[in-house]
Design a protein around this ligand. Structure first.
Ligand code: NDP
Ligand SMILES: O=C(O)C(=O)[C@@H](O)[C@H](O)C(=O)CO
Length: 275
């Protein structure tokens, strides 16, 4: 199954669908990464905070798939923000992953009350200029945080990874990204499983002979987003990547748009998150 590539604002190409690995226990991660790679995944999303970077690195090494065929993202955790601390945290992540070069590094949360994200971003820019990271981006940044980064450094993030699923569609955030030339990546794309019993999605899925998860991921791809569903199950991993052989109609896209809900957020609000 061939996954389309999206070209980021710095020219880096990222597979539009990848595997998220939050909550994957370290000891199971190498086997699950190998299974994902066997099923055609070429994009893995981890983070220092997930405690499984070493497992991701081992899975990639043991798979025998050439390093340059795989796109790897990791993220800087909140307590490591600040210029010097970021450089140290990056080296630690790279040591665990066993990599020379990283494809994408993200500031995990802005933590606006701590006031370190601009200095953190300056360290990201340095690491990219040194050739240690191909693309640099952020996660959970609101438009005001993005604008501040750009105003103070002149460097626009390539991508922003944000919560996005049928009950939390982020249309204003996506419009801000489009204006600034920033790609949107969806976290918890399946709403952590909550979205899978929705009757509208079930009806659309049965019309296409697909699962609800496949319809949701296909909707995100047709919105132009990058998506990173997590699964620790071999069959569901295969199911989630088998979404490039059907298309949702404009009418179906409009019906899914109507599922957006004022109380749809599952995770923390980036404006107030403090952890
Ligand atoms: N930047 C950030 O702040 C955040 C980033 N993320 C990233 O996003 C990734 C995905 O989000 P996540 O929160 O894990 O949740 P998802 O929305 O990807 O949902 C994962 C859940 O859905 C189940 N599932 C997966 N595929 C299917 C399927 N086809 N049918 C039925 N159930 C399915 C999984 O179970 P099973 O494993 O048993 O298949 C798991 O319980 C994370 O792993 C992480 O990489 C997530 C949260 C925050
Ligand atoms: O999974 C992630 O990437 C996250 O940032 C969040 O889930 C975060 O760790 C959280 O849940 C804090 O309550």
């Amino acid at each position: 199954m061939s996954v389309p590539m999206i070209t980021l604002n710095d020219g880096t190409k990222i597979p539009q669908l990848g595997l998220g690995v939050w909550k994957m226990p370290e000891e199971e991660t190498p086997g699950l990464i190998m299974s994902a790679l066997n099923n055609g995944y070429r994009h893995i999303d981890t983070a220092a905070a997930y405690g499984n970077e070493a497992g991701v690195g081992r899975g990639i090494l043991e798979s025998g798939v050439p390093r340059d065929e795989i796109f790897i993202t990791t993220k800087l955790w909140n307590d490591r923000q600040g210029y010097d601390e970021t450089l140290r945290a990056f080296d630690e992540s790279m040591g665990k992953l066993g990599l020379e070069t990283l494809d994408l590094y993200l500031i995990h949360w802005p933590m606006p009350n701590r006031g370190h994200y601009v200095d953190t971003w300056k360290a990201f820019v340095k690491l990219q200029q040194e050739g240690r990271i191909r693309a640099i981006g952020v996660s959970n940044f609101l438009p005001e945080h993005l604008e501040r980064l750009i105003d103070e450094t002149g460097i626009t993030p390539a991508l922003n990874q944000v919560e996005l699923h049928p009950r939390f569609q982020q249309s204003a955030q996506r419009a801000a990204h489009a204006k600034l030339g920033i790609a949107t990546e969806c976290w918890s794309p399946l709403g952590q499983g909550e979205a899978l019993s929705n009757p509208v999605l079930t009806e659309i899925a049965s019309r296409h002979g697909k699962s609800v998860a496949q319809v949701i991921l296909r909707w995100q791809v047709q919105l132009g987003c990058i998506t990173i569903p997590k699964s620790s199950n071999h069959d569901r991993m295969r199911e989630n990547i088998t979404i490039f052989d059907f298309e949702l109609s404009d009418a179906e896209m409009a019906r899914i748009k109507d599922l957006d809900a004022a109380d749809g957020r599952i995770g923390s609000d980036p404006a107030t998150a403090d952890f």
